[in-house]
Design a protein around this ligand. Structure first.
Ligand code: ZN
Length: 252
C-alpha cells in the first residue's frame, strides 16, 4: 500500500514533477479526445468539450477543475485518495512503486543493557581499568606518559596504565563468540529455571504448586513465567544473531 514517504514521492511526482500523463488516464477510461486535446469534462455535466488536456494535467474552463490522473481514478472508481494515487501510478502510468514502499524487514532489534540486566548480568558498561605494565625500581611521583604507579606489598612499585576495557555489550556487537556464549549460557540457565517453575505449578507438593491451587495465582504465575520465557528466548536469539557466519559457538 502506498503510504508515508513513498506516497509523498508519488504525489509530488504526479502533481509537480511532470510524471503524470493525463492522456493515458483519459484513454484508460475510454474518454474520447476531440480537437487533439479536448474532452467533455468528467467533473460536471458537459455538453461541449470544456476540458483541455495538457501534458500532465487537465483543466476545465467551465467548472474550473484542474485534475490529474489520480483525480480521474478517484472519480471513476470511487477509490480512496491513496489508492487512487497508487492505481494511477502503477496501473495507468506504469511506474514501479518507490523502493521503500515495498515491505522491508523491520530494522534489526538491538541487544541492550537492560536485556543483560534481565539475565542478571551486570550492565555492559565498559570502563577504564589500571593495568600493570611493568615494575619500576623506585618511586617516581611524576606521572610519565599517562602511566601511574602503585606500591605493592613487596615494596616494589608497579607502573600502571589506564586501559579501556570493552563492555560485554560492545563485544557482543563485534560478534565476539565468547561474549555471545556468556549470554546464551546465562539464557539457557534462566530458561531451565523457568521450565522447572512451570512444571512445579502442576505439582501441589511444591511451594509454587501449592500456591497454584488458587486458580488466579496460577494464571498470574503462568503469565509471568511465559512472558519471561519469551523475553529471554528473544534475547538469546538476538545475541546469536550477532555471531558472524563461520564462527562457531564456544563450548563450555
Ligand atoms: Zn468541468
Amino acid at each position: 500500500m502506498l503510504r508515508g514517504e513513498a506516497k509523498q514521492e508519488v504525489e509530488f511526482a504526479l502533481k509537480k514533477g511532470g510524471a503524470d500523463d493525463i492522456r493515458k488516464a483519459v484513454a484508460y477510461y475510454g474518454i474520447k479526445i476531440v480537437n487533439n486535446n479536448q474532452i467533455l469534462c468528467p467533473f460536471h455535466p458537459d455538453h461541449k468539450p470544456s476540458c483541455t488536456l495538457y501534458k500532465d494535467h487537465g483543466h476545465c474552463f467551465a467548472c474550473g477543475k484542474t485534475f490529474h490522473s489520480f483525480d480521474l481514478v478517484e472519480l471513476k472508481e470511487g477509490l480512496r485518495y491513496n489508492d487512487s494515487l497508487e492505481k494511477a501510478w502503477t496501473e495507468i502510468l506504469g511506474y514501479p512503486l518507490p523502493e521503500y514502499d515495498k515491505p522491508k524487514s523491520k530494522r534489526r532489534k538491538k541487544l541492550t543493557d537492560s536485556d543483560l540486566k534481565l539475565l542478571g548480568l551486570t550492565s555492559g558498561m565498559g570502563g577504564y581499568v589500571e593495568m600493570p605494565v611493568g615494575v619500576v625500581l623506585f618511586e617516581n611521583r611524576n606521572k610519565v606518559d599517562n602511566k601511574s604507579q602503585r606500591r605493592e606489598a613487596d615494596g616494589n612499585y608497579l607502573a600502571l596504565s589506564n586501559e579501556r576495557v570493552p563492555s560485554l555489550l560492545s563485544l557482543v556487537e563485534k560478534g565476539d563468540p565468547f561474549a555471545i556464549s556468556i549470554i546464551t549460557k546465562k539464557s539457557d540457565e534462566e530458561l531451565a529455571k523457568i521450565r522447572a517453575m512451570l512444571s512445579q505449578t502442576k505439582d501441589p507438593n511444591t511451594e509454587i504448586g501449592f500456591l497454584c491451587l488458587d486458580k488466579n495465582y496460577l494464571k498470574d504465575a503462568k503469565t509471568f513465567l511465559y512472558k519471561r520465557k519469551d523475553k529471554i528466548e528473544k534475547i538469546r536469539s538476538l545475541a546469536l544473531s550477532y555471531r558472524r557466519s563461520g564462527v562457531t559457538e564456544v563450548s563450555w
